[in-house]
Write a protein that binds this ligand. Structure first.
Ligand SMILES: [Zn+2]
Length: 302
C-alpha cells in the first residue's frame, strides 16, 4: 500500500485546486483548528455522471461552499485506533495475488476481535468518530474503529458474523462501480449491513489513484459516488477512504466539497483532530499479527 504520510496534514499548506476555487473560499480546509461542519445539511447537488470522460461540471452543479466559520465547539484530540482491513477470507477465496497480500484469515480476524473484546475495547463507526471531532466530543477510553475497504463479499460472508459475535460495528468503504460484480457486495447486502448497524463509507466510483486525475474527474469520483450511494441507501456515507491511501489538495477539496466529514488514509498516527479530519490515520492490520500483537498496537493510543 502506498503511503502519503508527508502529505497527511497537507490540507493546511497546499493551495486549493483551481477548478474547485468556487468551493475553496480562499481558506484551505485545515488552516484553522476549528471549522464548521460542511455537511450537516441535506445532500448537496452532485455533478452529472453521464460520461466517464465528463468535462468539468458547470459551476452551477458544484456543491455550495461549506462554511468555514469556526464552530462553537471546543477542539478535542482523540486517540482512537482505526483498524484497516481489506479481505477477511480463507486464502483460496482471495481472488488475486494482491487480494492475498491484503487478506486476513477469518480465524485471525476472530483472534483480533476476541483479544480486543477481552481487553475491554468497544467500537464506534468512522462516522461516529467524525461526528465526535465535529462536535468537540470525547469518546470513551478503549474505543476503536473497524474499517473494511473495497467491498469484497467476504465482508458479508466471513467478517460480518465475527464482528457481530463480539457486539462490534464496522465501517465498510465501498467502490460503487464494483457493487454487485462477482466477489463483491451487492446493494441489497449494503442495505442489510446498514440495517444491522454497520456503516457504509465512500471509496469512490472506480478506485482510481486520485492525485493523478484531473480535478473534474476527482470530483466525479467523490461527489459522483456520493450521489450513487444516496440513490441506493437509506443512509448516505459521511466519511471517505482514499483509494490506495493517496491524496493531495485537490482530493481533499473534493471530499470537503462533497460534504463528507472525514477521510481515511493508509498512514500511521496516534491521534485525530478536526483540523486533520481529512487525513485520519489507520493501522494496516496484517494477518501475521496475533491478537496479542494487535493489543500492543492499539495500546499505544492509550
Ligand atoms: Zn481500496
Amino acid at each position: 500500500m502506498v503511503l502519503v504520510a508527508a502529505a497527511a496534514m497537507a490540507g493546511s499548506r497546499l493551495a486549493p485546486a483551481p477548478s474547485l476555487e468556487s468551493v475553496a473560499t480562499g481558506t484551505p480546509a485545515t488552516s484553522a483548528p476549528l471549522i464548521a461542519a460542511p455537511s450537516a445539511g441535506p445532500p448537496v447537488a452532485s455533478p452529472s455522471l453521464t460520461s466517464a470522460s465528463a468535462a468539468p461540471p458547470p459551476p452551477t452543479l458544484v456543491p455550495p461552499p461549506p462554511s468555514l466559520e469556526p464552530t462553537a465547539f471546543p477542539p478535542v484530540t482523540l486517540h482512537v485506533p482505526i483498524l484497516a482491513y481489506h479481505v477477511v477470507a480463507p486464502l483460496d477465496v482471495a481472488a488475486s495475488d494482491l487480494s492475498k497480500l491484503l487478506t486476513v484469515l477469518p480465524e485471525r480476524f476472530e483472534d483480533h476481535l476476541h483479544a480486543l473484546r477481552r481487553e475491554g475495547w468497544q467500537t464506534v463507526t468512522a462516522g461516529v468518530l467524525a461526528d465526535a471531532l465535529e462536535h468537540g466530543r470525547l469518546l470513551p477510553p478503549r474505543t476503536f474503529v473497524i474499517t473494511l475497504d473495497d467491498g469484497h463479499d467476504d465482508g458479508w460472508t466471513y467478517a460480518l458474523p465475527i464482528i457481530q459475535r463480539y457486539g462490534f460495528v464496522a465501517t465498510f468503504y465501498i467502490v460503487t462501480g464494483l457493487v454487485g460484480l462477482p466477489t463483491y457486495l451487492t446493494w441489497a447486502q449494503l442495505r442489510a449491513l446498514q440495517a444491522l448497524g454497520m456503516e457504509i463509507g465512500n471509496h469512490t466510483i472506480d478506485h482510481l489513484a486520485l492525485p493523478s486525475q484531473p480535478a473534474a474527474e476527482v470530483l466525479r469520483q467523490v461527489a459522483g459516488a456520493q450521489a450513487i450511494f444516496e440513490g441506493h441507501l437509506e443512509l448516505a456515507p459521511t466519511t471517505f477512504s482514499y483509494p490506495y491511501g493517496l491524496y493531495d489538495a485537490t482530493t481533499v477539496q473534493a471530499v470537503l466539497a462533497t460534504g463528507l466529514l472525514g477521510a481515511m488514509t493508509s498512514s500511521g498516527g496516534l491521534e485525530q483532530t478536526w483540523a486533520a479530519r481529512f487525513a485520519l490515520p489507520r493501522i494496516n492490520v496484517r494477518n501475521a499479527w496475533t491478537g496479542a500483537q494487535l493489543i500492543r498496537s492499539v495500546n499505544r493510543f492509550r
